[in-house]
Ligand binder design. Structure first.
Ligand code: G3P
Ligand code: MG
Length: 244
């Protein structure tokens, strides 16, 4: 079972920060998952929300702020407000941290609410520059974005993200035909829709299934039994210690 640290060791430290990523380095896990957005001055930054408000001591959209403005903000996570490793990191900083390791980095393109221009091109350019094509997975809730990734660099594995809402309202056969057309290696699905039947359906189509966000031992053991291929968890330290 592949254990992927969701936004770093985010169950204990401020999510998507260098501190949360550094805390994963000693863990025996498959990799980390990060969310990527783009600043006003075209820098790729690692942060989950389109706005800084929930996780940082500021307000506004990432797309309206420069990297310098964003990096002046402090985390609002209790006791980590003044930690210099708890600023908003660039994608480059995160990739460089993991380059000397065996970790796989799942880069989630956050482009379902804001259609950042050239997000795919910019991410792939950086991955290629660092020669990390074999070390990343690129995921998105937008299949068009994964088609673009495939066209730009077919050897980078792709994962189509599926939320509960999306799965409920879309024809399931259409979802699968899109993923097969994209030649994605993975489907990353919400825990709420990841049952035994769904996992079997994916495996029949040669798709590996990564499930988000799995934070309890019970959920983890259930997915082990169903033969899921991997999980995203905020507690990779706890779940990796009971890996079978
Ligand atoms: O990539 C899995 C998971 O991170 C997708 O949802 O909202 O946590 O980015 P979210
Ligand atoms: Mg994510």
């Amino acid at each position: 079972m592949k254990i992927i640290a969701h936004r770093g060791l985010s169950g204990f430290y401020p999510e998507n920060t260098m501190l949360a990523f550094k805390k994963c380095l000693d863990l025996n896990i498959y990799g980390i998952e990060i969310d990527v957005q783009k600043t006003k001055d075209n820098h790729l930054v690692v942060i989950h929300d389109e706005k800084v408000d929930r996780t940082f001591s500021g307000t506004g959209y990432i797309k309206d702020m420069t990297l310098k403005e964003l990096q002046s903000l402090n985390s609002n996570f209790k006791n980590y407000e003044n930690n210099k490793d708890c600023k908003i990191p660039t994608l480059k900083e995160v990739l460089i941290l993991f380059k000397p390791t065996d970790f796989i980095i799942n880069i989630e393109l956050k482009n379902s609410k804001i259609k950042y221009k050239h997000l795919e091109e910019n991410v792939i350019h950086l991955v290629k520059e660092l020669k990390m094509e074999r070390r990343v997975i690129i995921s998105s809730f937008r299949i068009k974005s994964l088609h673009k990734v495939k066209a730009l660099c077919p050897k980078i594995p792709r994962s189509y993200l599926i939320s509960k809402k999306f799965y409920k309202y879309r024809l399931k056969s259409i979802i699968f035909s899109k993923v097969i057309k994209n030649k994605s290696t993975y489907i990353s699905s919400s825990y709420s829709i990841t049952d035994k039947k769904f996992i079997k359906k994916c495996h029949r189509r040669d798709l590996q299934i990564l499930c988000y966000t799995v934070n309890t031992v019970e959920e983890y053991e259930k997915l082990l039994k169903f033969k899921a291929d991997g999980i995203f968890t905020d507690f990779p330290n706890i779940l990796s210690s009971i890996d079978k």
